[in-house]
Design a binder for this molecule. Structure first.
Ligand SMILES: *Cc1c(COP(=O)(O)O)cnc(C)c1O
Length: 354
């Protein structure tokens, strides 16, 4: 039996060699590699400036602070997303206001967002969940400053433009299993030099002429060395992800499963199937050695004790994420397809779900 993890990073000699050089240089904390990574990353995403930090959560926290978000302000975020967004808004001292998602894209529903805008709304955080571009055309018309959360969508596009170029700023995460990794790490990109300067000021506390609360959110050169190698491979990574997604689309079309709705800018960070009894299928796949996951652990409104998020609740009950990453081999891919079809195949659906 095969054992296939739900996700795993793609790391090899390019990363090892660059990390080795950094170690031997004796400069391992924030230094020249971080600066190179910021410049290369911003250029890749057709944006003027980048500021590297220690995580995606830190990136979002500092963007909120730099936009002046604080106590008494409200920040709209989707309910159906990881808890990092909740933490970042709370770190900034503001009030998170979850909004519901669209049923078929898992992304923010502009109509529901509009309902939740008040005089205190200071910002809107827009993730591109699972690598699928959010509806920025409609969200942009709401008149609220947008922070794009590209933690799952590095390299995705909308209307031919890179994700990360539509709002005041965009944040990225380089956690181990994200689209590209530095182990842990994050990045802010923006065309605003003052916003980026502010973030660079806040991420470090040393040698400042005056005292204000600051943070130690720095990225290390060792991490940036990984990031520079991974960035060079990003286009290949995305090609691999799309190839695997196409293979799933083709192989599963006849099963009656509800597959991801296509979008030209989708990078398939996750391949998420919508089905009743997702938990049961997950258990059966686990018995075959294949790790599938609920792609969002718990919708945020549930943490906050709120109700009125029917589509987030439905997604939570029905979404099943199956392995998709560049390091997935062809035999693994065939094995996943074979097992998924036999567990949820043709007329066997009812049995699979009972
Ligand atoms: C992973 C993730 C984050 C947080 O990034 P960390 O680097 O883990 O702090 C934020 N938003 C989304 C959508 C994520 O997937």
């Amino acid at each position: 039996m095969m054992h296939i993890p739900h996700s795993r990073p793609t790391l090899g000699d390019p990363e090892a060699n660059r990390a080795r050089q950094t170690i031997l240089s004796g400069m391992v904390a924030q230094g020249p590699e971080v600066e190179k990574f910021e410049t290369a990353f911003a250029r890749k995403f057709q944006t003027k400036h980048g500021a590297a930090v220690s995580s995606g959560t830190a990136a979002l926290h500092l963007v909120l602070l730099s936009l002046g978000v604080g106590s008494g302000d409200e920040v709209i975020i989707p309910s159906y997303v990881c808890a990092a967004l909740l933490h970042a808004v709370h770190h900034a001292g503001a009030t998170p206001v979850p909004a519901d998602i669209e049923a078929d894209s898992y992304n923010l529903d502009p109509t529901d967002v509009r309902r939740r805008i008040t005089a205190r709304t200071k910002a809107l955080v827009v993730p591109h969940l699972f690598g699928r571009p959010a509806n920025l055309d409609s969200l942009g018309e709401l008149g609220i400053p947008i922070i794009e959360d590209c933690a799952q969508a590095a390299g995705g596009t909308l209307n031919g433009r890179p994700l990360g170029t539509f709002g005041k700023a965009a944040v990225f995460s380089f956690y181990a299993t994200k689209v590209m990794t530095t182990g842990e790490g994050g990045m802010v990109i923006s065309d605003s030099p003052s916003l980026i300067d502010h973030i660079k000021d806040l991420r470090d506390y040393d040698n400042r002429p005056s005292y204000a609360v600051r943070y130690n959110y720095k990225m290390t050169d060792l991490e940036a060395a990984l990031g520079l190698s991974q960035l060079e491979r990003l286009d290949d990574f995305i090609r691999c992800r799309r190839t695997i997604a196409e293979a799933y689309d083709r192989a599963l079309a006849s099963t009656g499963l509800s597959l991801p709705r296509p979008h030209p800018g989708h990078i398939y960070f996750r391949y998420v199937i919508d089905l009743p009894g997702a938990g049961k299928i997950r258990e059966k796949m686990q018995l075959e050695g294949i790790a599938c996951e609920k792609p969002v652990f718990r919708p945020l409104h549930r943490y906050l004790g709120l109700s009125g998020y029917p589509r987030s609740d439905t997604a939570w009950e029905r979404a099943l994420s199956i392995p998709i990453y560049p390091a997935l081999t062809n035999p693994e891919l065939d094995y996943i397809i074979e097992k998924l079809k036999s567990i949820y195949g043709g007329s066997g659906n009812d049995e699979a779900l009972s």
